[in-house]
Design a protein around this ligand. Structure first.
Ligand code: ZN
Length: 239
């Protein structure tokens, strides 16, 4: 190799390797719930680092009398599609128009393929000290006087010590999904995954014909969804 070729490859190769490495870090299949990552945990299913941090957080909470556990963690595309399609049918029967049905579903539930639960970094929490109400994921249980008030207060102070952050906060300026006091994310992994997810072409990767109401989704919907729902999160979790 002559000096010129050496200098050229030294300048170009590291960059191309870096780009290649970035591209391979997360596939579009794992970002959209079509390919499950290796998951860890007994009663939760998370990527390794997130699972380990969650166990440490459980131990710490236990010392304060809180039996922290996960009611939902990794979720596949198919599971999210079931949630979506069931809600679609249910709301359509109430007489809402398809566009209204979709707006109603995305108050709390992500479009299949676009759920943070696909990443193995996010989970919904509860406290095993209390008998599970029939609707454990109802904000009223996490408010003052609710059965999960202690859990919520403890998580608000301590979760970030374990790199977990509330995603859909009660911040009034935040758009997108409603306040979800139960949903937390392991920032160390979810921030790079969000970065990779934002680089996907939503129309190409999220247009699946088996999703009910898909024919009412257009580019305007995706623009709004990305800006308000995907990015309408706790700023601590933005890449
Ligand atoms: Zn959740």
């Amino acid at each position: 190799m002559n000096r010129r070729t050496f200098l050229l490859s030294a300048a170009i190769l590291p960059l191309s390797f870096r780009l290649l490495a970035q591209k391979k870090l997360f596939s579009s299949e794992e970002l959209t719930g079509h390919n499950s990552p290796v998951l860890f945990g007994k009663n939760h299913r998370l990527r390794k680092k997130a699972a380990e941090a969650f166990v440490e957080m459980q131990k710490s909470a236990e010392k304060e009398g809180i039996k922290l556990f996960s009611v939902s963690s990794y979720r596949s595309f198919d599971a999210q599609q079931n949630i979506w399609n069931n809600k679609y049918e249910k709301y359509l029967k109430t007489g809402l128009k398809p566009e209204e049905v979709i707006a109603k579903i995305i108050e709390y539930s992500a479009y299949p393929g676009a759920s943070r639960h696909h990443w193995g970094t996010d989970l919904d929490v509860s406290d095993l000290n209390f008998l599970q109400p029939s609707d454990p994921l109802n904000p009223k249980h996490f408010k003052k006087g609710g059965v999960y008030e202690n859990l919520y207060n403890w998580m608000s102070i301590n979760a970030q010590k374990f790199d977990f952050y509330e995603v859909y906060t009660n911040e009034t300026n935040r758009k997108g999904f409603n306040f979800e006091p139960w949903h937390y994310s392991y920032a160390g992994l979810s921030k790079p995954m969000l970065q990779a997810f934002l680089e996907l072409d939503f129309k190409q990767h999220l247009s699946t014909k088996s999703i009910k109401g898909h024919q009412f989704i257009d580019q305007n919907f995706w623009n709004k969804y990305k800006k308000e729902y995907v990015l309408g999160i706790n700023p601590a979790l933005l890449p």
